[in-house]
Design a protein around this ligand. Structure first.
Ligand SMILES: NC(=O)c1ccc[n+]([C@@H]2O[C@H](COP(=O)([O-])OP(=O)(O)OC[C@H]3O[C@@H](n4cnc5c(N)ncnc54)[C@H](OP(=O)(O)O)[C@@H]3O)[C@@H](O)[C@H]2O)c1
Length: 287
């Protein structure tokens, strides 16, 4: 077992790509023990390559947030090898696009299963270690979609809104044990969530769906928006590195300026005005 080291021990979920990969590679290149997990270890090459490039060492382990045994195995490994856990970053997740009636119940359940219950599954196993040592930080990657909703993203919005409420409650519950809970709520960043990992409702492309024209319009707007977005996912990794070194990190953390503005408008404008802007933004171009 590694003893008497001041290096923080960090467990991260969903490290095969996107934010998870960047957070793991960044922290590994700095002064942290990183346990980078992913559900499919055959996807580890990008992460390992990035870590080598940056000069860091990473413990890569299999963890599917919906598979309790895989979580227990990882936590057991951490106890045996490191003897403690200082930071948990609940990052794994995906987004399914589709209007409510175009989505099946299974698709909605699976979305909540991963983005919400998945976070709870990992957190449940991590808390006892942190509670025993009377310190720790849990960072939950939510989304700006956890703070306002858009048509065609109801399932994703629901998963992140649930995560927001749960995290806020957990924040209070864990303070007496010296454990910090905070949220990171990014806007749009070009990761695989909008490409290889993008998912669409069963009836998204069904031309007979009453929502067909609307959903194709939303898809076009999102695609056009993604093309011009030039934010660097590394900014999210930088923010997380800052948060895990604060004694009392701020609870809500929005990394990009436009999402900060959207959130401010959502909070301070009357809903009638805010929703008018969203309706205009999302309506099909021909209307
Ligand atoms: N990119 C954005 O614009 C954005 C904005 C706001 C919030 N977010 C949030 O940021 C987080 C990371 O997303 P990303 O943008 O980095 O997308 P990404 O590149 O698609 O990465 C998502 C990661 O989550 C993993 N994952 C999915 N389901 C899993 C499961 N059941 N168990 C373990 N891992 C699982 C994926 O693994 P596989 O490779 O096996 O699928 C992948 O490693 C998500 O929670 C997402 O909601 C992203």
């Amino acid at each position: 077992m590694i003893e008497n080291s001041n290096k923080k021990v960090v467990l991260i979920t969903g490290c095969s790509s996107g934010f998870g990969l960047r957070i793991a590679a960044r922290l590994a290149s700095l002064d942290y023990y990183v346990i980078a997990t992913m559900r499919n270890l055959s996807k580890q090459n990008d992460l390992v390559g990035e870590a080598v490039l940056r000069g860091g060492e990473i413990d890569v382990l299999r963890l599917d947030v919906s598979d309790i045994n895989s979580i227990k195995d990882v936590v057991r490994h951490i106890k045996e090898k490191y003897g403690r856990l200082d930071v948990l970053v609940n990052n794994a997740g995906y987004g399914i696009g589709g209007f409510f009636e175009d989505l099946t119940q299974e698709e909605i359940r699976e979305q909540i299963e991963t983005n919400f219950f998945g976070v709870q599954n990992v957190t449940r196993e991590a808390i006892p270690l942190m509670r025993e040592q009377k310190r720790g930080t849990i960072v939950n990657i939510s989304s700006i979609s956890g703070l306002y909703a858009l048509p065609c993203f109801g399932a994703y919005n629901a998963s992140k809104w649930a995560l927001e409420g749960f995290s806020e409650s957990l924040y209070y519950e864990l303070i007496p044990f010296g454990i910090n809970v905070c949220l990171v709520e990014p806007g749009v960043y070009k990761t695989k969530i909008f490409h290889e990992n993008r998912r669409c409702a069963a009836n998204f492309f069904n031309t007979r769906s009453p929502y067909y024209e609307l959903s194709q319009g939303v898809q076009k707007r999102i695609n056009d928006h993604i093309k011009v977005v030039n934010r660097d996912p590394e900014d999210v990794a930088i923010l997380i590195e800052k948060l895990i070194n604060l004694d009392r990190p701020p609870f809500r953390n929005i990394p990009d300026t436009s999402s900060k503005i959207i959130y401010a408008l959502r909070r301070f404008l009357p809903f009638s005005l805010f929703s008018w802007a969203i309706r205009r933004l999302m309506r099909p171009k021909s209307k």
